[in-house]
Write a protein that binds this ligand. Structure first.
Ligand SMILES: *[C@@H]1O[C@H](CO)[C@@H](O)[C@H](O)[C@H]1NC(C)=O
Ligand SMILES: *[C@@H]1O[C@H](CO)[C@@H](O)[C@H](O)[C@H]1NC(C)=O
Ligand SMILES: *[C@@H]1O[C@H](CO)[C@@H](O)[C@H](O)[C@H]1NC(C)=O
Ligand SMILES: *[C@@H]1O[C@H](CO)[C@@H](O)[C@H](O)[C@H]1NC(C)=O
Ligand SMILES: *[C@@H]1O[C@H](CO)[C@@H](O)[C@H](O)[C@H]1NC(C)=O
Ligand SMILES: *[C@@H]1O[C@H](CO)[C@@H](O)[C@H](O)[C@H]1NC(C)=O
Length: 322
């Protein structure tokens, strides 16, 4: 900085508006690219441990800015009016957003920052910007977001499947899923344990229903919610009958031996239908019977007594039978 340039600036800085322009011009020489100075807080000064570069007394606020511009490390200033023409001027090496938590109330004070890479608020979603590398770069301190500019929400789009709720953790760098119910599990609620292991027995196929909150078993040769029922076990067929499942395992039939009825429970000869001492024999595989009548009796059930061999009685008998 030449002495001529310094005079030029002090002269120009009579008007704050033009001064900003002048400083912008000045800084083309340096590596720091301040564009302007802007007021960050009034009736307050900035106090963060380690941020104070130097302090001095200046005759104007503009002069304090100018001191800052001359110092490559300076990114912001505190000015505290002592009287009409004397200001305490503090040069600070800090600039960024989120400065509010470092403010200390003080009458007739101003906290002003240089226009820096943090001024256009590059940090999104409430992230706070802090300049680094002498004002040439910045860091975003994100809340529940990540990415250079806090532009990434690890929960958007929602990585949690099946209605799971996403919660950010690790300062926004990671997430956890709260799954819809206890049957969904896995980092992203991608697994449903209702069918793992399968509750369906005897080779039944498990499938989810009702949005994964319930299951159905598709059974093979069995029935029941979990295919646990074999309609032939225990054997419902009595008297040595053979049981066979039918209707996909939901019903059965009995193949009877010498008996009949749904469960082979019927013996056509019991109770004995043959009257008068007739002998009963099952036939047609147990579904019918025949009576072998004692001498003197006839009829399907031996219910007819043969009359004595007189003409009249023979005639009567014909009448009865015929
Ligand atoms: C600024 O810092 C980030 C890391 O925070 C880095 O990735 C980037 O390259 C830096 N940019 C410059 C211009 O140095
Ligand atoms: C950050 O996320 C946590 C947990 O999800 C939440 O409690 C908190 O309110 C969030 N903070 C902000 C600023 O959104
Ligand atoms: C995120 O958290 C999970 C556990 O919830 C962990 O397994 C994973 O490694 C973490 N990822 C990162 C990038 O930290
Ligand atoms: C699941 O479905 C079965 C029928 O397949 C039903 O009996 C049962 O009540 C259901 N359970 C629930 C929790 O909805
Ligand atoms: C099972 O089959 C028998 C005939 O063998 C039938 O009478 C019965 O109604 C069936 N039961 C069912 C539940 O379908
Ligand atoms: C049973 O056998 C008798 C003859 O002994 C016959 O008349 C009857 O029709 C048979 N019943 C059936 C149901 O087959």
């Amino acid at each position: 900085m030449t002495i001529t340039a310094t005079f030029l600036i002090i002269w120009t800085c009579f008007s704050a508006l033009v001064c900003a322009q002048a400083m912008k011009y000045l800084n083309k020489e340096g590596e720091i690219s301040f564009g302007n100075v802007y007021l960050s807080a009034e009736e307050n000064f900035f106090h963060k441990l380690g941020s104070l570069l130097s302090h001095q007394t200046t005759r104007s606020i503009e002069e304090c800015w100018f001191k800052c511009v001359q110092n490559k490390e300076c990114l912001s200033v505190n000015t505290i009016a002592l009287d009409k023409s004397r200001y305490r001027c503090q040069l600070l090496n800090w600039a960024g957003t989120g400065f509010e938590k470092y403010l200390v109330p003080k009458a007739n004070s101003k906290f002003m920052q240089m226009q820096t890479v943090c001024s256009p608020h590059p940090c999104q979603n409430g992230g706070q910007c802090t300049v680094k590398d002498g004002g040439t770069n910045y860091t975003c301190t994100c809340t529940n977001h990540t990415g250079r500019n806090c532009e990434i929400n690890v929960c958007s789009p929602n990585p949690c499947q099946n209605g799971g709720r996403c919660n950010v953790k690790d300062e926004g760098n990671n997430y956890t899923c709260t799954c819809f119910n206890q049957y969904f599990t896995g980092r992203n609620c991608e697994t449903n344990i209702l069918c793992m292991p399968s509750p369906c027995q005897n080779g039944g196929q498990c499938s989810l229903k009702d949005g994964g909150t319930n299951y159905t078993c598709t059974c093979v040769g069995h029935t029941g919610r979990n295919c646990e029922i074999n309609m032939c076990s225990p054997n419902p067929c009595q008297n040595g009958g053979q049981c066979t499942v039918k209707d996909g395992g939901t019903n059965y039939t009995c193949t009877c031996v010498g008996h009949t009825g749904r469960n082979c429970e019927i013996n056509m000869c019991s109770p004995n239908p043959c009257k008068n001492g007739g002998l009963c024999t099952v036939k047609d595989g147990g579904t019918n019977y025949s009576c072998s009548c004692r001498t003197g009796y006839i009829g399907i059930n031996c219910e007819i007594k043969i009359p004595s061999l007189s003409t009249s009685s023979r005639r009567r008998r014909r009448r009865v039978i015929g």
